[in-house]
Design a protein. Sequence first.
Length: 391
Amino acid sequence: MHRDVSTPNRVLLALTLVAVAAWLLLPLASLAPNRIVPGTPLHAHEAFGWAGALAALPGLFGLAALAWRPSARRLWLALALAMLLLMGLPAWLALAAALTIDPSQPQARMGLGAAFWLLLFCLALMVIELRSRLALGAVAGWLLGALVLAAWWLATPWLEPLALWREYQGRSDQFAGAVVDHLLLVGGAVGTSLVLGTGIALAMRRHTGVERIGFTVLNFLQTIPSLALFGLLLAPLAWLSANVGWVHALGIRGIGWAPAFLALLGYSLLPMVRNTFVALSGVDPGVLESARGMGMSRGQVFWQVRLPLALPVVLEGVRITTVQAIGLTAVAALIGAGGLGTFIFQGLGQAAMDLVLLGALPILAMALAADSLLGALTRRLDPRLASGASA
């Protein structure tokens, strides 16, 4: 069922104004003769001329017109127009590169400017707003995202001078390995924290003392900065590696994956334990009593009644933990654990912001994908949302 569309959509109007201002006033890109020299800002009117720059505005003004007197049909048209503009952003970059980069300078490169990022942000928010207004489901949202990614991937042959693309081409093998390392660390920490967190939460429900001590310890772990925790783990792990044969055989060292995994596990336990404890404790006692009255054993009540009802809240803890771990894993590169944080810190050390983006953008994409997938799964398993949807 569509929302009320009789009044102007202020969100779309505001985003359109920001996008127009960014296109006209902020640099679309930056040009540099090589990787070392800082880039020179390039505005849209400098790349295409004022006539070419103004030619992009009818699409944005069209969105404003559709948002001013919205209807269901106009919202669909606005969604199609916003998608076309979002999918066409790489075409503007390719055209700017073709018009401004001298072919006799093969090392010349183009960086992404503030106007590009603001346009990307505004258009993406427009698509999200329109999807919400049209009450499109999660599958439709993923299809829209896939269309944008496909359009951008098809444009890569014309984006050869793009600095971000060149950084990727020079490190494509390392990039694939970094993604795998990042996912392994995140998956290992989240999976282990789910198992340990469930066990700790069950122990807390049985013993009040365990609850008090457990939350005190886990809250204390959250207060330790990540770099400090890496430093605290370095000495004991190095000693174990030097004095215990099987620890050394497992590849556990003072630096590397082991301290990163333990630190991520420590940070992941609090949200996992808290959500699991609250979920298991929050099941309606009347429902549990009814299950016992039907002759169910304690184990059957737990597995067939309590756990299914608590599962949406438990999954919410998994979602929070996963998104947190994806971001924190970037810091693990400082102790040789690999992952996408390697590119971030290399870029910072070399003052190469495109190399920083090569590490940061996939982390952002992973976090958004994990949040969306686990959020959709939580909503699907939540009986309250399911009954509301069926009604």
